[in-house]
Design a protein around this ligand. Sequence first.
Ligand code: CO
Length: 140
Amino acid sequence: MIGRLNHVAIAVPDLAAATANYRDVLGAKVSAPKDLPEHGVRVVFVELPNTKIEFLEPLGHDSFIQKFLDDNPAGGIHHLSYEVEDILKAREQLKASGKRILGDGEPKIGAHGTPILFLHPKDFNGCLVEIEEVAKEPKS
Ligand code: CO
């Protein structure tokens, strides 16, 4: 079921500072900030050779990222995103194994325009896990 690590999401209190740090100190390729009001976040994508890092800054007052930062003021790893080929099939397998799907259990369109679901951290060693359906890259 599980495929590649698509991204590691890090909640940050200051998106510009986090972006500058990765760009100027680590020499990473970073995107422009993007507002996703429907998710209550402003995001920056950091492209690494084998995966992505996603910075999440709260956008709006009831952002779930704000709640995370209240507990972790310096920021911290918020979730890991694993690719799956078929998100509904993956969901049914997970449910059959007794794993809890967060929210209403229906896939939402995430920051990358792909369907995502979140799994309960208590079912995965204290890590919030996102699964993301990513179209298979055409074989070249
Ligand atoms: Co994510």
